[in-house]
Design a protein around this ligand. Structure first.
Ligand SMILES: Nc1ncnc2c1ncn2[C@@H]1O[C@H](COP(=O)(O)OP(=O)(O)OP(=O)(O)O)[C@@H](O)[C@H]1O
Ligand SMILES: [Mg+2]
Length: 330
């Protein structure tokens, strides 16, 4: 692991027990996030994005088996003892969920929800936590925070509740934020506000972020590097600008082609077929059944990631098809 990496996931394999056998969900994932760096993890539903985050936080279900390594700041997360693990989860990293309402106790006040983590772990007194929470709530544009803190979750809109989540995440000043589709459950009109607030907080507090989404454009706009995930593994990884202007993997190119343009009206191209989960992959490249460029080798032999133009790409034919990909994606 290079020294500047805060989070380093290497060769992550993950399987869960299903009807008596192990079902692979994530396969050979390499992913690193540097200090104060923002990395996007992009892929369709079921590709294994949330599972990768859960593995990084060691929050997997009991029936899961894990291979490979997860290091945070040079320490092996899978070997942390109980106390260190609790510390890691409460101080070093924080998780923002997709749907705030599903992760908040409706019977407790906003104040209890926001402050319980830092107060329970002894990081802050209740008074200090409430004071800091109020300041952060103002920063994220929540008017009259003292009043809001006394309210219950149902009295807040989804957008406001997700801002409360962001405040809760920021309170212990973690070094890395896992943001798992933080705006997907919100109305479109509030999505961009919440996203802007999250990015502002991450930047102002010099935090690193692993941003999970199915929206390649959004990820590219807010991250330094992107990892594109398909069927439980990363098929392309590189700087966000380079990936969007010159996709090298046919799946990345197809994703770019399937999104609406904000500057021109054109027909969108859907990716044929449906996304596969890792356990549905048989032999060959997992994208081959949907790939217009698939040849015999693609159908028979799984491609390994290799460096092409300074990027990690898992495609047998990348050199041959690069030109057609650029034409198709533009
Ligand atoms: N506890 C579990 N037991 C068995 N399979 C699971 C479990 N959790 C998730 N899966 C399966 O693992 C695969 C990857 O799930 P994951 O939640 O990581 O996908 P995702 O990329 O986050 O998708 P989404 O965009 O829908 O959130 C899916 O096929 C899912 O059905
Ligand atoms: Mg998910």
């Amino acid at each position: 692991m290079s020294l500047h990496q805060l989070l380093a996931i290497e060769n992550l394999d993950l399987a869960v027990k299903h009807r008596g056998s192990m079902r692979p969900l994530v396969h050979d994932v390499d992913l690193a996030v540097g200090a104060a760096e923002s990395v996007g993890l992009v892929g369709e539903s079921g590709s294994g994005k949330s599972m990768t985050i859960k593995a990084a936080m060691r929050l997997l279900p009991r029936n899961a088996s894990v291979g490979g390594s997860v290091e945070f700041d040079g320490r092996d997360v899978n070997r942390l003892g109980r106390r260190d693990l609790a510390r890691f989860r409460s101080r070093d990293v924080a998780l923002i969920h997709q749907d705030p309402r599903a992760h908040i106790n409706p019977n407790r006040t906003i104040a209890q929800f926001v402050t319980e983590g830092v107060v329970h772990t002894g990081m802050m007194s209740e008074e200090a936590a409430l004071e800091r929470a109020c300041a952060l709530m103002r920063d994220v544009g929540i008017p009259d925070p003292e009043k809001r803190l006394k309210q219950f979750p149902h009295q807040l809109s989804g957008g406001l509740l997700q801002r409360v989540m962001i405040v809760t995440t920021m309170l212990p000043s973690p070094r890395l934020i896992f943001a798992d589709e933080p705006t997907t459950a919100l109305d479109v009109t509030v999505q961009s506000d919440v996203m802007a607030i999250l990015m502002e907080q991450v930047r102002d507090h010099h935090m690193a972020m692993l941003f999970v989404t199915h929206d390649l454009d959004l990820a590219a706009a807010v991250t330094d590097r992107l990892a594109v995930m398909y069927a439980g593994t990363i098929v392309e990884m590189g700087t966000s600008g380079a990936i969007c202007s010159r996709p090298l993997h046919p799946y990345t190119a197809a994703l770019l082609k399937s999104r609406p343009s904000t500057t021109e009206v054109r027909r969108l191209t859907a990716i044929p077929g449906r996304p596969l989960a890792a356990y549905e992959v048989t032999k060959g490249c997992s994208f081959a059944p949907r790939c217009p460029f698939a040849g015999d080798q693609c159908r028979n032999e799984a491609p390994k990631r290799r460096l092409v133009e300074g990027r990690a790409v898992a495609c047998h034919r990348v050199e041959e098809i690069a030109q057609s990909l650029q034409e198709g994606a533009s």
